[in-house]
Design a protein around this ligand. Sequence first.
Ligand code: FAD
Length: 441
Amino acid sequence: MQIGPPPISTPFNIVWLRRNLRLIDNMPLYHAACEDLPILILFVYDTDILTRLDDSSDLRVNFIHLTLHKLNKEASAHHGGVLTLHGTAIKVLEQIITNWPVRKIFHALDFEPYALARDAQVMKCARMNNVAMNSSLDHIIMHPERITTLDGKPYKVYTPYSKQWIKELKSVCLSDSQLPKSLNLINPKRSLLTLRQIGFSFKEWSFPDAFISQSIIGLYKDKRDFPSEEGTSHLGMHLRFGTISIRYLVKQALESNDNTFLKQLIWREFFIQVMFHFPNSMTQAFNPKYRNLPWRFDEEQFNRWKNGETGIPLVDAGMRQLNQTGYMHNRVRMIVASWLCKNLLFDWRLGERYFASKLLDFELASNVGSWQWVAGTGVDAAPYFRIFNPFTQAKKFDPNNLYIKKYIPNYSENTYPQPMVDYKVSRTVCLDFFRNNVSIT
Ligand SMILES: Cc1cc2nc3c(=O)[nH]c(=O)nc-3n(C[C@H](O)[C@H](O)[C@H](O)COP(=O)(O)OP(=O)(O)OC[C@H]3O[C@@H](n4cnc5c(N)ncnc54)[C@H](O)[C@@H]3O)c2cc1C
């Protein structure tokens, strides 16, 4: 793509937004605002990412598009706006660096393997052209190298990691990175790209608000496991795209007497540091012992799992919730994942990819980490012999079938189809499978 002429001909700095789509409490923007030069806010619709999406009305792209409109409006209060470009991020940035009078590019660190490779390439080009790259930590509280064991190694077990994380928090500044009242933003004088211009289409959707209350945090411990309750924050998508600040969220969590919610936020950082230190675990079992498991596959069974037609009410309700809403309750995620990996003995990577295509809050580190946790192949994983029983789980966490009936409206215990495989038999087969590490027929 051709990027065209620069919005102004005199030197300026860029804030390159990627997954920190907000102006408030935004570290790169704050650092840029401390400098003298005017700021151009840039977002690149990266074709390296977009071409991997199957659905032309992908909700995540719709959400980004909507958010950029909001930001553009907010920026207009400072006489600025957001410049959106479309193309391979590396190529777009290379063109900007070589053709526009840019002095510095401010951005937030992103630890996904693709993002690390992209940023390394952009940095190389910037260095060669005397453009400075200013990277800051914005998406998480603790840099993955900050929390280590006494001998400097990354943690592989959550509990000691979380204890160390909480200790370290005392020396972290959580205060807002306040922006000056007169922010010197550049007006790009170009309209935002439309969804159609980037090859996508609009889908009407009501996204959850980026909102947290003390009552959600306070009741979280008691309500979080019951999928029919509104007991969790639904902030995953906002954390993913940075439409809420993690520092703000941690401050809110610290105001509560109970730290269950905070601990979930720490799980997110735990999985990000696992991804950073062990990037190969994004595509293969973390535990080498399980790298050559002879997983089964059957397309018809896989489709039944994907469509919520397994004959297991809680699994089916969960998959239908995912397909209809782009969200699934955490407990139900564990149960549907366990059914796929342990009762059907399908490779966790198949389930992980399916979730990746559907979840609004899809995060590579958390998704892979959680799938490997359930499959028993990952860090601090549930042992292979812990197999969720979806029937007892339903009795305990959805005793009145409220969640099941929400997603299977005509549900009745007597007429519901039989399970696609018998729970008890498949459990025994699973135990043998892991114990012997041999194929089954
Ligand atoms: C198989 C499986 C796949 C998952 N895939 C993802 C994923 O792609 N993206 C994702 O963000 N979470 C994933 N999770 C973790 C968890 O299910 C979701 O974070 C949570 O359900 C999102 O709902 P919420 O925003 O209401 O979370 P809340 O319960 O309100 O928690 C607040 C935030 O803490 C973080 N969090 C909570 N639980 C976990 C956890 N176990 N691991 C990591 N972070 C956590 C999330 O950012 C979440 O938004 C997965 C879990 C399982 C079992």
